[in-house]
Design a protein around this ligand. Structure first.
Ligand code: ADP
Ligand code: MG
Length: 289
């Protein structure tokens, strides 16, 4: 049977917009030792602005954005939503078919009679596209290729969530000494976000399966009683959310798959609610024992 005060703890959490799917997660939360975070949509808001378009010399910048926005016509990824809203023309989804979205890489699609690919260095390598280049430091880079030829890249950037730095400080104050960020984005972006937020460790250019194995490594390195929490928002985060001792999902902007796979859901998407949840959990455990 579950002691009554657990219901008190779960109730207090839910009034703060923190949904805990069972008393065992409250108990685990009180012993959090390591927290691993996804970056995009978790620590950052996931709403990207186009910072710059660098087309190949003979290509119009608007054409690069148009190709990208069309190829992304059917994707739910925050990058896709951002590219579609940055494009001021009309997106005719009827022109788009045969879409392949590859986690941690990007998308390929037929737009009219052309194959358009949009994604990172890994996608370009996978497709055997040569001559792509991006020495820029300014943000997340999306390469665009048309019928197997590089046509340029789009630089996009989002903002860290307003409470993200505070969230990391509060976790440190609560004794969580290892805050780790795992991202599929470039090292340059990961480095900048980690430094800005006071994140202790970061790993970049990860595929969804790399995040799973890194979380397994972190699980193996926690103390016998210490728990590992993973916080994420995307479809690709579901396997990691299930592997962690405590999976925490963003509830408002997060994907259904992440919300389903998680043990705890933050209804307002605020990372500072994690430290609050730990405080509630510890208070509850003091009452229980
Ligand atoms: P994160 O780990 O930052 O949450 P993801 O794992 O969702 O990011 O994506 C990692 C990288 O894969 C992105 O930074 C981007 O380069 C590429 N990518 C993923 N999905 C898309 C997409 N729909 N369009 C373009 N690029 C994408
Ligand atoms: Mg994400």
């Amino acid at each position: 049977s579950v002691p009554l005060s657990f219901f008190g703890g779960i109730g207090a959490a839910s009034r703060a917009g923190i949904l805990v799917k069972g008393s065992s997660y409250l108990e685990a939360l009180a012993d959090t030792e390591v927290i691993a975070f996804d970056k995009t949509g978790t620590l950052t808001d996931g709403t990207f602005n186009v910072v710059a378009i660098h087309p190949r010399a003979d290509v119009d910048p608007d054409a690069v954005l148009s190709m990208a926005a069309h190829a992304e016509a059917y994707s739910d990824h925050p990058i896709a939503l951002s590219l579609r809203s940055a494009y001021t023309g009309t997106i005719d989804a009827a022109r788009v078919r045969d879409v392949t979205e590859q986690g941690g890489h990007g998308v390929s699609a037929m737009v009219d009679e052309h194959v358009v690919a949009v994604g990172n260095d890994k996608l370009m390598s996978t497709l055997g596209i040569a001559d792509w280049h991006a020495c820029t430091l300014e943000g997340t880079v999306l390469h665009v290729a048309l019928d197997g030829a590089y046509v340029g890249h789009i630089v996009i950037a989002d903002l860290v969530k307003e409470d993200a730095a505070q969230a990391i400080r509060q976790l440190h104050a609560a004794g969580v000494n290892r805050a780790v960020m795992l991202t599929g984005d470039r090292e340059e972006v990961a480095q900048a976000v980690a430094a800005r937020l006071g994140i202790d460790e970061h790993r970049a250019q990860l595929l969804p399966q790399d995040k799973v194995s890194l979380v397994e490594d972190l699980l193996a390195s926690t103390s016998p009683k210490g728990k590992l929490a993973f916080v994420g928002d995307g479809i690709n985060d579901a396997p990691v959310l299930m592997r962690a001792d405590i999976g925490i999902a963003m509830g408002a902007m997060g994907s259904d798959a992440a919300i389903e796979a998680a043990d705890i859901v933050l209804m307002n998407d605020r990372p500072s609610n994690i430290a609050l949840a730990i405080r509630i959990a510890r208070k509850t455990m003091r009452i229980v024992w």
